[in-house]
Write a protein that binds this ligand. Structure first.
Ligand code: BGP
Length: 457
């Protein structure tokens, strides 16, 4: 059966500055990632750090040409805060030129630039101030956002404030996979609240600028499925949903936090500090569009063991993760593959979040040792094609049932540096050869080109 999409559907890919740009010849200050790598290079896969990125700073014109060849009509990347404002205040003219000419190159090729202000990389000087746990950084971010809106008003009509804002908090304050490697729920909650406030201030600054483009946020939504219909399992899934999805989804879309989440955090004395003015700022920051990143679902069950009363407070006080026997897995990343999850997310947004216009802003499959699949110089990544097809079917079905989903961006265009995993798992439509820096299309690039041409498959 044919899978089709509406006219003017966004077909694109996503990338981020820190994962692609490389350490170019601007006077960028160092980021939290560069600092962390200097401290603990052994924690990065094969010790490949942020300096091993592909250097798209120098080759973006060739990249855009490849995007045009495939037929992309939209593309998301991010601005590096540390590159644009090396001292936190003054914009570097070279960085301005770079971003302007990159965005213009896209536009002139018929590719709509979608630009994220914050995709995991924070200037280290902001981190030294306490990062998202410090209110002063919220104001610094709002200033940075306002500078971007002013500097790139001609080039950019689609802005994203944050990419997956929950991830740096989970990584940095709960599970130790982002700097500053703390384990303190209260700090995580404070950082989450200030991140939301920073998002709201950026949205409100955009409205105040009078510009007529669109602004939104990208959230990684991970539907929580209970192991069974048993009440305890269902409650466990409900709390996981409150903590990991609705903690950002509700304030971003409804302007306020779920009452049950506030009650829960209050009970365990984990509520962040906030003011009435902060809540007003969040309540008034209405977004135009939502980006949904989806890779895998979350399955949970009621806790099996009691909590150690002196152990640090963690989300896992309320549930255990559950691995469903026989589920389809991506063993390289350890993530379940469940396309139905994407359909469920879109249906939930339709039914409970006013059917906000949304696009799938990341979806893809990271696989290790892809050189195994090279035949006649091409990575035959049929598994990636199948993964994307299955997810696209879910999207198409949701749209036919009324979802306001208007696009799909796969992660990612060219294999890139993936944080702690560095180059372990490859996600690209194009292969990046680390040994000589060359780039070549995988089978999925040709497949995607065909899908775009036919607006379906
Ligand atoms: C998302 C991030 C991306 C990218 C992707 C793949 O969470 O927004 O930046 O890294 O995940 O995940 P990973 O690199 O961890 O395999």
């Amino acid at each position: 059966m044919k899978t089709t999409f509406p006219e003017n559907f966004w077909w694109g890919c996503a990338e981020s500055a820190a994962q692609t740009e490389g350490e170019a010849d601007t006077s960028a200050s160092i980021t939290n990632w560069q600092h962390w790598y200097q401290q603990q290079p052994e924690r990065f896969f094969n010790q490949h750090g942020p300096q091993h990125t592909r250097n798209s700073y120098s080759c973006y014109k060739q990249d855009v040409k490849r995007m045009r060849d495939i037929g992309l009509n939209s593309f998301r990347t991010s601005i590096s805060w540390a590159r644009l404002l090396p001292d936190g205040k003054n914009a570097d003219p070279k960085a301005i030129d770079y971003y302007r000419s990159f965005f213009n190159e896209l536009k002139n090729s018929g590719i709509e630039p979608v630009v994220t202000l914050m995709h995991f990389d924070m200037p280290y000087l902001m981190q030294q101030k306490g990062g998202w746990t410090n209110r002063a950084v919220v104001n610094d971010f709002a200033d940075y956002a306002a500078r971007c809106f002013e500097l790139f008003s001609n080039e950019v009509k689609h802005w994203i404030t944050f990419n997956e804002p929950i991830v740096p908090l989970e990584g940095g304050y709960l599970y130790d996979f982002h700097y500053p490697n703390q384990r303190d729920f209260r700090m995580a909650a404070q950082a989450a609240f200030f991140t939301q406030l920073a998002h709201a201030k950026a949205v409100n600054a955009y409205r105040a600028s009078g510009q007529k483009g669109k602004i939104g946020i990208v959230l990684n939504l991970t539907p929580s499925y209970p192991r069974s219909i048993n009440q305890a399992d269902k409650k466990a899934a409900h709390i996981a949903d409150l903590l990991f999805n609705r903690s950002f989804l509700d304030p971003s879309l409804k302007g306020h936090y779920p009452f049950e989440l506030i009650t829960l955090l209050k009970k365990y004395r984990q509520l962040p500090e906030y003011t009435a003015e902060d809540l007003r700022e969040i309540a008034t920051a209405t977004i135009d569009m939502l980006g949904v990143n989806y890779y895998h679902p979350r399955r949970v069950q009621a806790k099996i063991h009691a909590i150690h009363p002196q152990a640090p407070f963690m989300p896992e006080w309320f549930f255990d993760n559950y691995e469903m026997p026989g589920c389809r897995m991506n063993p390289y990343r350890g993530w379940e593959i469940y396309p139905q999850g994407l359909y469920d997310i879109l249906t939930n947004l339709r039914d409970h979040y006013g059917n906000i216009p949304c696009f799938i802003s990341e979806n893809g499959m990271g696989v290790e040792n892809e050189e195994r699949f090279i035949r006649k110089g091409i990575v035959e990544d049929d598994y990636r094609i199948e993964f994307m097809q299955d997810h696209l079917r879910g999207i198409s079905q949701a749209i036919s049932e009324g979802s306001a989903c208007f696009g799909y961006h796969c992660w990612t265009f060219t294999d890139n540096w993936s944080w702690l995993n560095a180059y372990k798992n490859r996600y690209g439509l194009y292969r990046f050869d680390l040994s000589d820096g060359s780039i070549s299309p995988k089978r999925s690039a040709y497949w995607y080109q065909d899908v775009i041409k036919k607006n379906g498959f």
